[in-house]
Design a protein around this ligand. Structure first.
Ligand code: GAR
Length: 226
């Protein structure tokens, strides 16, 4: 069973690329029905075009308020046939209308170990705070910022003095692994949300055996192909 999804972006789209790569490798069972950017001309739109994926720019600036922008997004996602929505570096809050249109089917990736450092520039916040472990989180989206039930997290050591950019790059490498995995669990219908707890039901794939990751801790563990 293949899950038709819409991917929302605001920038470079390296997480979008990670999804496309796993999809084209035949391990991620989704079709990307549309990529939507709220910012014109971003690299993520070129990535979509290069892979023959329908993309569109829908600027929030063309809407008078958040609610009307949400409605524009919902219409575009539905018209494209999306049944779930993946926020891949989408730097806008989504509101109740979009969440109601895709209940339990909106995922976000955030470059911090939530609930630490929600909001913008999470990698900078972590570096400035002097944390010893940083990382990323994939979670269901709810009406609060970077807040919904957590699906998977990856932690990396934060090296003293390395600065936000290097730390951010090391986090991004892991984002590209955990995000497609979480989307695959959604596609397989294996995510059970019980309050704030997300249970990943057992599947058929064995755990990943690839040994090409930098020092990190990922939980739940990645499965084969991710
Ligand atoms: C990623 O680091 C993603 O986690 C972050 O934006 C970056 C997008 O990169 N998202 C947020 O900060 C959302 N709060 P990408 O465009 O190369 O995927």
């Amino acid at each position: 069973m293949t899950l038709p999804i819409g991917v929302l972006i605001s920038g470079g789209g390296s997480n979008l690329q990670a999804l496309i790569d796993r999809m084209e490798a035949g391990v991620l069972d989704v079709t990307i029905q549309t990529v939507i950017s709220n910012i014109p001309g971003v690299k993520g739109l070129d990535r979509a075009a290069k892979h023959g994926i329908f993309s569109q720019t829908l600027s929030h600036r063309d809407c008078p308020d958040r609610e009307s922008y949400d409605r524009v997004l919902v219409r575009a996602l539905r018209d494209a046939g999306a049944q779930a929505v993946v926020l891949a570096g989408f730097m806008r809050l989504v509101g109740p209308e979009l969440l109601a249109a895709f209940p339990g089917r909106v995922l976000n990736i955030h470059p911090a170990l939530l609930p630490s450092f929600p909001g913008l520039h999470a990698q900078n916040q972590a570096a400035e705070h002097g944390v010893r472990l940083a990382g990323c989180t994939v979670h269901f989206v709810d009406e609060e910022v970077d807040h919904g039930p957590i699906i998977i997290q990856a932690a990396v050591p934060a090296l003293p003095g390395e600065g936000a950019e290097m730390l951010g790059n090391r986090i991004l490498t892991l984002e590209h692994r955990v995000f497609p995995q979480a989307v695959q669990w959604l596609a397989e219908g294996r995510l059970d949300v019980q309050g704030r707890q997300v249970v990943v039901r057992p599947g058929e794939r064995p755990l990943a055996t690839r040994n090409d990751l930098p020092p990190c801790l990922i939980f739940p563990p990645l499965e084969d192909g991710f």
